[in-house]
Every structure is written in structure tokens, then in C-alpha cells.
Ligand binder design. Structure first.
Ligand SMILES: CC(C)(COP(=O)(O)OP(=O)(O)OC[C@H]1O[C@@H](n2cnc3c(N)ncnc32)[C@H](O)[C@@H]1OP(=O)(O)O)[C@@H](O)C(=O)NCCC(=O)NCCS
Length: 157
């Protein structure tokens, strides 16, 4: 986790602390991931190499999804497969039973937007979010339990 989160794109596009210290990885593994406020799934290869991480932060009957993969395993379809599995788990009545999932990202993060659009998330516009004490414009999208999970077309993606 510590080594993976040194990646500049993970630091630029997700909310991991920057700089990312070993203590941040320990906090994530010991406290954040097992917390009842979120559901975390770690993606590994069959021989147990870390590919990435995907999480759902739980809010009321919904959740917001976030993910990253390590650079050497990108572009192989792992996150596409993992996002579909986590969406199924989150929105099915025998899984987490959530009514909707939300997604947001910086406008420059086209790779992440393509992934979410392909998983069926519908574009819901741009809004300002406060993260790390800064106001930033983010692109937003959502997927409801009753929605068809078919690729969507988003503006500029
Ligand atoms: C965004 C991010 C998670 C994408 O992860 P990834 O592991 O490359 O995702 P995938 O391999 O599933 O998909 C990426 C591309 O590979 C393609 N791909 C390659 N092989 C594939 C296969 N066997 N099956 C499906 N897709 C495949 C996909 O079609 C996709 O192409 P596209 O972007 O042109 O549509 C990754 O770039 C990342 O971690 N970025 C930094 C952190 C970040 O931005 N997180 C999101 C914050 S909102």
C-alpha cells in the first residue's frame, strides 16, 4: 500500500495524503479499511500481487466509489472488472443493498471517467467540492440500483 501510493497519479487524482508516509498506509490498513463507514476491496493477481484498491464510502442508503490501480497493472482491464463486481455487490439486495452509488473526479481524469461511464454511471454535471481545504471543480456521476449497467456517453469523454 505504501509503495503503491507513491504514484504521482494516485496522489494527484485521489484523496490520499501527500506526501504519503508509511504511517498513512498503516492507518489505512488498520483503521480506515476495516471501519464500518466504508467497504474496501483489494484487487490482487492470482499470485497475490497488489493490483489496486476500490472502496465505497457509505452515506445513508448510498455510497461513493473510489479506486486506484498500480501503474504496472493499468490498461489490462482489472479495474473495469473490479468496478463491475463492486457495483454489483453495492447495489444488490443480497450485497450491501445500497440504492445508489456516486462518483466524482477532477475534470482532467479522463481515464477514470471512461471507466465509470463504461460501468454504467450517468453523468450528472460539474460542481465545486471542498477537499483538503481547497475548493475544486469535479465531474460527477451516479448509478442507481434500478439502472441498467450499460456503457454511457458523457460529454467530453
Ligand atoms: C483510472 C485507473 C484506476 C484506471 O485503472 P486501469 O487499471 O488502467 O483500468 P482498466 O485496465 O480496467 O481500464 C483502462 C483501459 O484499459 C482497457 N483495457 C485493456 N485491457 C482490457 C481488458 N482485458 N478488459 C477490459 N478493458 C481493458 C480498457 O478498455 C480501458 O481503456 P479506455 O480507457 O481507453 O476505455 C488508473 O489509471 C489509476 O489508478 N489512476 C490514478 C488514480 C485515479 O485516477 N483514480 C480514480 C480517481 S476518481
Amino acid at each position: 500500500m505504501y509503495r503503491a501510493c507513491q504514484d504521482p497519479d494516485i496522489q494527484r487524482f485521489t484523496l490520499v495524503p501527500v506526501p504519503y508516509r508509511r504511517s498513512d498506509a498503516e492507518q489505512f490498513v488498520r483503521v480506515t479499511a476495516p471501519s464500518p463507514d466504508s467497504v474496501t476491496r483489494v484487487i490482487t493477481t492470482a499470485d497475490d500481487v497488489l493490483v489496486g484498491c476500490i472502496g465505497v464510502a457509505l452515506r445513508d442508503a448510498g455510497g461513493s466509489v473510489g479506486y486506484w490501480s498500480v501503474p504496472e497493472h493499468r490498461g489490462r482491464g482489472y479495474m473495469t472488472e473490479a468496478l463491475a463486481a463492486v457495483v454489483d455487490e453495492a447495489l444488490s439486495s443480497d450485497g450491501l443493498g445500497l440504492t445508489r452509488l456516486t462518483w466524482s473526479a477532477l475534470p482532467a481524469n479522463l481515464l477514470s471517467a471512461r471507466l465509470a461511464a463504461r460501468a454504467g454511471f450517468r453523468y450528472t454535471g460539474v460542481r465545486t467540492e471542498t477537499a483538503g481545504g481547497r475548493d475544486e471543480q469535479v465531474v460527477t456521476a451516479e448509478l442507481h440500483a434500478g439502472d441498467e449497467r450499460i456503457p454511457q456517453i458523457w460529454p467530453d469523454v
